[in-house]
Design a protein around this ligand. Structure first.
Ligand SMILES: Cc1cc2nc3c(=O)[nH]c(=O)nc-3n(C[C@H](O)[C@H](O)[C@H](O)COP(=O)(O)OP(=O)(O)OC[C@H]3O[C@@H](n4cnc5c(N)ncnc54)[C@H](O)[C@@H]3O)c2cc1C
Length: 427
């Protein structure tokens, strides 16, 4: 006889955007025995504001986050690309109320995190433990047991690694894998929009490209657009240690020089942008990627990675965090659909998770393909020499923004295991 049903305990490592949103998505689907373990004393707040596209906003809407978030962000529909003399190159759609039901939203990460915390506090059955740094999985027999860096141990039916690009949980599945430095960095800051003296009808976000000095990004933020992110991305050959990057970020004068370098080769608004840079909102973003992984699920099917831990991708199409939101929503849907009376059937779940990961990888691959197409189109003419000029037109992005995640959940969760043996349940 199986024991009386209790909710399986689900442990999430990392209280970042993926981890917190995952807890809410699982809870909404009726799984209510969730503990989030965060290594820091508070959730990670890096990089200022982020851009959210309709595929992610749909998830945030379904989880009652969007209505609280929208009033805090700057809405826009597209990103412009220009040459260094300000000539328009092309426009990349990032949202559309008419086509997808949502404009894109640029909002500070801490605002999202605050709302996620607020919502988590309102739910019974989600606990967050801070200062608990996951170290290693001890066993995957009858549940999963792991150790924290303070030497303490914990167990659950299931462990999800939402611990970001440098994931320690990933080491359980890929002990030797390290993220790869792409050889490019970005430095950003925030200045009052008025300082730029933008020409009339000049639309942001805009990326102004200069072959020699990199790409300069300008993006209005805050609800009223009164603040501008300014940022520059360019090649940087040296891969530094974690401490090395921290020291570089702490050297605010170096960061300001990086932003100012070559400004005279850009339009006046860039010169205006870098004329006075406050030191308090400077960020440094070394671009790392996680190589394509064969699986995001451990051999015992009790440990799963998602978000940046599973697929940190280049920022080209702005899909990093947006894809993470797709992960967590569909993961919660599949797990909930395959849990019966609060218990998780190991074999059925393992198959559902394989389907989920394969389906999610298809989406990630398409985003990577899109990144490649964008890069190719923006390549300076001299570099694409000899190849036929691609016709400039809009990218077809309906597949990305108008996604039916519920349908995907139904498809991925359809169990193909015929017999449902209650003796092999996750508890
Ligand atoms: C400067 C910058 C700007 C960005 N801008 C954008 C943008 O505009 N649009 C976009 O789509 N993406 C953007 N990204 C990428 C985006 O931030 C990531 O895709 C996103 O944060 C991934 O979320 P995550 O929750 O998976 O990981 P993270 O945000 O990295 O969160 C991981 C969490 O796990 C915790 N953790 C780590 N290790 C452990 C451990 N061992 N034990 C316990 N807890 C642990 C961390 O402290 C953290 O709270 C940006 C990134 C940076 C660095």
């Amino acid at each position: 006889m199986p024991s009386p049903s209790v909710d399986p305990k689900i442990a999430i490592i990392g209280a970042g955007l993926s981890g917190l949103t995952l807890a809410l998505a699982l809870h909404q689907r009726g799984l209510t025995n969730i503990t989030i373990y965060e290594g820091r004393n508070e959730s990670l707040d890096i990089g200022g504001a982020i851009m959210l596209s309709p595929n992610a906003l749909k998830v945030l809407d379904a989880l009652d986050i969007y209505a609280r978030l929208r009033p805090l962000g700057f809405e826009f529909e597209s990103l412009d690309f220009r040459q260094s003399d300000n000539t328009p190159v092309d426009t990349f759609e990032f949202g559309s109320f008419i086509k997808y039901g949502y404009k894109a939203l640029r909002v500070y990460r801490y605002e999202i995190i605050d709302i996620l915390h607020e919502l988590v506090r309102e739910k019974e059955g989600i606990t967050i433990e801070y200062g608990k740094k996951f170290a290693r999985v001890i066993s995957e027999e009858r549940g999963v047991t792991w150790e924290f860096s303070d030497g303490s141990e914990a167990s659950a039916s299931f462990l999800v690694g939402a611990d970001g690009i440098h994931s320690q949980v990933r080491k359980h599945i890929y002990p030797d894998l390290e993220p790869r430095f792409t050889g490019a960095i970005g430095v950003t800051a925030a200045v009052p929009t008025a300082q730029l003296n933008l020409p009339t009808n000049y639309s942001t976000p805009v990326t102004i490209m200069n072959r020699e000095h990199g790409a300069f990004v300008i993006s209005q933020q805050l609800r009223d657009g009164s603040e501008c992110l300014i940022g520059k991305q360019r090649r940087f050959q040296t891969d530094l240690s974690k401490q090395g990057w921290v020291e570089m970020l702490e050297n605010k004068d170096w960061c300001i020089d990086f932003l100012r370098e070559g400004a005279e080769n850009f339009p006046d608004l860039v010169k205006n942008a870098v004329s006075d840079i406050p030191k308090d909102k400077i960020n440094l973003w070394p671009f790392y990627v996680v190589p394509k992984l064969d699986t995001w699920v451990s051999r015992g099917s009790r440990v799963v990675i998602l978000g940046d831990a599973a697929h940190a991708i280049p920022p080209t199409a702005g899909q990093g965090v947006n894809q993470a939101f797709e992960d967590v929503y569909t993961f919660a849907g599949v797990v909930a659909a395959l849990s019966k009376k609060g218990e998780l059937h190991q074999t059925v779940l393992a198959e559902g998770l394989r389907n989920w990961q394969a389906g999610r990888q298809v989406r990630i691959d398409k985003v990577l393909e899109l990144n490649g197409m964008i890069d190719k189109r923006r390549m300076p003419k001299a570099v694409s020499e000899g190849k036929e000029e691609e016709e400039i037109g809009e990218f077809e992005l309906t597949w990305l923004y108008d996604v039916d995640l519920e349908q995907m959940v139904v498809q991925w969760a359809a169990p193909k295991v015929k017999s449902w043996n209650p003796c092999s349940l996750f508890r």
